[in-house]
Design a binder for this molecule. Sequence first.
Ligand code: HEM
Length: 198
Amino acid sequence: MSNSHMSPLSSHPSGARRFQLRDNGLGFSRITIALHWIVALLVLSIIAIEIARSIAPGAELTRVLNLLGAILFPVSAYRFWARVTSWHPLPVGTPNPVEVIVSRSVAAALALAMVLLPVAAWLEKSAAGLPIELPGGWCIPAVLPTSPQAAHVFDVLFRIGATPFLLGLALHIFGACKNHFVLKNDALKRMLGKRVEL
Ligand code: HEM
């Protein structure tokens, strides 16, 4: 039987563990797991740099921030596409259905925000006429002509998106800690690559 005819819950016909490219009902793919932690590292670094810039602004910090945002955008675009076009693994343990719906909606919203926020920042800086410099003298080209009004609109949109994003991220990390330390289930270990039998 070819893979395309297998149910999303099926494992390999031979029963052997194969390299899984897409998520299915039984588990996250290695790609999802790797990209999840790459994105988490990028986002936490961006937040740390923003805090450092608010204390001591510096051109080099801004260049590194722009570079991290430029990496985040294509990785997140792939990840959001993969997230909405794949089956999502069943939750571990016996969670309350409302918690499952909330946690999945928050995770999907975080994935979408990772695509939209870098675009809003790009549009805002382009419209403000600010060069988007990268380390090594590189520059990201502007996508819009200079327009202070448009820059203001994109700045407001960025802030409207960033605030719920940070709240959602805090809730997401709280949920991961609750699963790990209070409920003592394998949700976090599964996102770290552990194979969990469902
Ligand atoms: C220290 C930070 C983080 C921890 C501890 C963490 C933990 C987890 C865990 C345990 C899961 C699996 C949930 C399940 O079994 O259904 C998960 C899934 C997910 N997380 Fe995180 N996460 C973190 C940061 C982030 C960040 C920064 C984002 C995006 C901005 C994010 C987005 C997602 C998404 C979209 C999923 C669903 C699976 C996927 O499509 O990748 N997480 N996270």
